[in-house]
Write a protein of this length. Structure first.
Length: 329
């Protein structure tokens, strides 16, 4: 029982369902506590029964009646059927009640999505579809939403089954090839919340994270306005040279930078990569050293990912390319 308690609390603060920051997560947290406390109570009773059986006096056949092969039927009926049936039925009803309180699941006629999230091996494509088509934009691995507002998300998959999960905001929802799923989330507190793919999807499943940034409405509007703009014009000599390095390398075959000739669609959109907090689906911090390491030796960090090791750049070219990417904010 002690090991069960330790395992239950062995969670990171940023992904703990015990610290909900959204309506959906709060409802799930209440149900989780009920199930957990029920587990502790049942385990405690079982250990008492085991201890009682082990410590009681056994006597002998001289002072006790002979063994009755039909004895113990009441224990089997109550402990093996009646009590489990009651406990599981109550938990099942509570689970249905929690499910019924969610504002939307896989609805037959879901509303138009504000955000479309596409799971890839092993990163998240984030498409913002709020407003007219001319205002649509795409980013990766980092979702921004305003607090105290329901956000409709459509979930798609570009390859295999993934599972979209931000524990402090809401429960899990799968992304299934050819089958759109829907989830509606709301954050109650300003903050940064980590999410994770919760369905094994290949070698780098554990490195398929994401960040959700909950902002005030004004900060969110500023962020959206910045993301809708094309890429920043490089100003420094290194950044200007780095743009040419980028446009004449294999980068443009996979990545897109709006406002340039780079139009790749099979890898994350890099138009505003300098504004993101992490790289490689929250595997690395977005700083100069990590960016250089990711460009040149991506396979060392995420073996099997579609980003190849790019080792043809010399030191000057790598510095210039990094300077260009970092100023894309």
């Amino acid at each position: 029982m002690i090991s069960t308690v330790l395992l239950f609390f062995q969670v990171t603060g940023s992904q703990s369902m015990l610290r909900p920051a959204g309506q959906g997560a709060a409802r799930i947290s209440v149900l989780g506590w009920i199930v957990f406390i029920t587990l502790l109570v049942v385990a405690f009773i079982m250990w008492i029964i085991v201890a009682w059986i082990g410590l009681r006096r056994r006597g002998s056949f001289d002072i006790k009646p002979p063994y009755d092969p039909q004895g113990g039927q009441d224990w089997i009926l109550s402990g093996g059927f009646i009590v489990p049936f009651i406990v599981l039925t109550v938990l099942f009803v509570l689970g249905l009640d929690t499910l019924s309180k969610f504002p939307m699941g896989a609805a037959a006629d879901p509303p138009n999505p504000d955000i479309v999230v596409v799971g890839h091996q092993w990163w998240w494509e984030i498409r913002y579809h709020d407003g007219p088509v001319s205002d649509y934009f795409t980013t990766a691995n980092e979702i921004h939403i305003p607090v105290h507002r329901m956000v409709n998300i459509e979930l798609l998959s570009g390859d295999v089954i993934h599972s979209f999960w931000i524990p402090r905001i809401h429960g899990k929802e799968d992304t299934i090839p050819g089958q759109p799923n829907y989830i509606r989330i709301e954050a109650n507190k300003v903050g940064i919340y980590r999410g994770q793919c919760a369905e094994f999807c290949g070698d780098q499943h554990a490195h398929m994270g994401m960040l959700l940034v909950a902002q005030t409405q004004s900060d969110y509007d500023k962020w959206v306005a910045g993301q809708q703009l094309p890429c920043a014009t490089p100003i420094t000599p290194d950044a200007q040279a780095g743009e040419q390095v980028f446009l004449h390398a294999a980068c443009v075959l996979c990545h897109r930078v709006r406002g340039t000739l780079a139009g790749g669609t099979v890898a994350p959109d890099l138009t505003h990569i300098g504004s993101r907090m992490s790289l490689a689906a929250d595997t690395l911090t977005n700083d100069k050293a990590s960016l250089e390491a990711w460009i040149t030796h991506a396979q060392s960090f995420k073996p099997g990912c579609q980003m190849p090791d790019i080792t043809q750049f010399n030191g000057v070219q790598l510095r210039q390319l990094t300077a260009y990417l970092q100023q894309l904010k």
